[in-house]
Design a protein around this ligand. Structure first.
Ligand SMILES: Nc1nc(=O)c2c([nH]1)NC[C@@H]1CN(c3ccc(C(=O)N[C@@H](CCC(=O)O)C(=O)O)cc3)C=[N+]21
Length: 297
């Protein structure tokens, strides 16, 4: 029987633990705050940002939102970041990606105070993660780790394949999987668009993390019987539905679920975990900045 990994349920547990810590912090006089910055007209980005605000409300994190015209000069975004860096009531800053073409992502990410970089994208935090001394683990790979832990997926000595090499998912995911930890110690292969024989790499994989951003790129015929399949993809594809689209992962769920030992659905898998780990990092950031210990699993 294929086990369906319930990301909504694990995310709800994480939010519960975060809410308890928010209460403890607020008893200590600290009110954690997250600022989201949106510089885009993309409807998907708008949806995600509003979901993040709702999540904050649920766990008692103060949320602040700044919208910048997608045509505005980059300097406007820099000034916004500088202001948020200086504010005592903002402990976490998330600049929603992707940014418009005329704005250089690297410059923006470096401008965020690394202690407020709850995405974990600042080079200082990337470096710390790679060095095994993470400050903020990027939300999606961290969420995947929590799912593996919650479902007792054995990673030690396992053959893991990460499909996708992005800075926000593939690279940090591979780093976490090779590290010495209860959800690491895996022999990890990173595949990408130039990989010559993806089928051969996947055929031996005990754990597959699909994060290529390509709808239904991985299907059941490519998987080893009993493999754990984590689908990071959230692709909007045109469909005859009320919204005019449906969400599909990077994995063809129907065929993969017949072969996999355990699999995450889309929606309801990794997505809710990404959002939950953002709340986790925000509370951690508030504790760090205010010198209060935070106990989060
Ligand atoms: N600085 C930055 N940080 C991010 O973390 C970031 C970003 N930019 N840009 C865009 C991506 C995408 N992302 C998602 C998170 C959760 C869901 C999510 O919760 N999805 C739900 C369904 C959502 C729906 O219904 O559309 C699910 O999978 O069940 C989706 C997408 C975070 N991102």
């Amino acid at each position: 029987m294929t086990e369906i990994i319930d990301g909504e349920a694990v995310a709800a547990d994480v939010r519960g633990a975060v809410a308890d810590e928010v209460t403890r912090l607020s008893d200590a006089g600290v009110e954690p705050g997250l600022a989201t910055v949106l510089m885009s007209d993309d409807p998907a980005s708008e949806t995600y940002v509003s979901m993040k605000q709702r999540d904050c409300e649920e766990v008692g994190i103060e949320s602040f939102h700044v919208e910048i015209d997608a045509d505005a000069p980059a300097s406007e975004l820099y000034e916004t970041i500088d202001d948020l860096n200086d504010r005592g009531d903002v402990h976490g800053i998330l600049v929603q990606l992707p940014l418009p073409d005329h704005v250089d992502k690297r410059t923006v990410l470096r401008r965020i105070d690394p202690e407020k970089d709850v995405d974990g994208f600042h080079p200082e935090n990337v470096g710390r993660l790679v060095a095994g001394d993470a400050r903020f683990k990027p939300c999606t790979p961290h969420g995947v780790q929590k799912l593996l832990d919650a479902y007792d997926v054995e990673t030690e000595g396992a053959d893991a394949v990460v499909v996708g090499r992005s800075d926000i998912v593939g690279k940090p995911m591979a780093n976490l999987l090779i590290q010495k930890s209860p959800t690491g110690n895996a022999t990890t292969t990173v595949c990408h668009s130039r990989t010559e024989d993806l089928e051969a790499k996947l055929a031996g994989a005990d754990l597959v993390v699909a994060a290529a951003g390509l709808p239904e790129f991985v299907d059941g015929s490519m998987l080893k019987e009993g493999a754990t399949v984590i689908d990071v993809g959230i692709n909007r594809v045109d469909a005859d539905t009320e919204k005019g689209y449906e969400l599909v992962g990077d994995v063809d769920y129907e065929s993969a679920s017949e072969v996999a030992g355990a699999i995450t659905p889309v929606p309801g898998g990794v997505g809710p975990m990404t959002r939950a780990m953002l709340l986790y990092n925000t509370v951690k950031a508030a504790g760090l900045q205010r010198g209060v210990d935070v106990n989060l699993p």
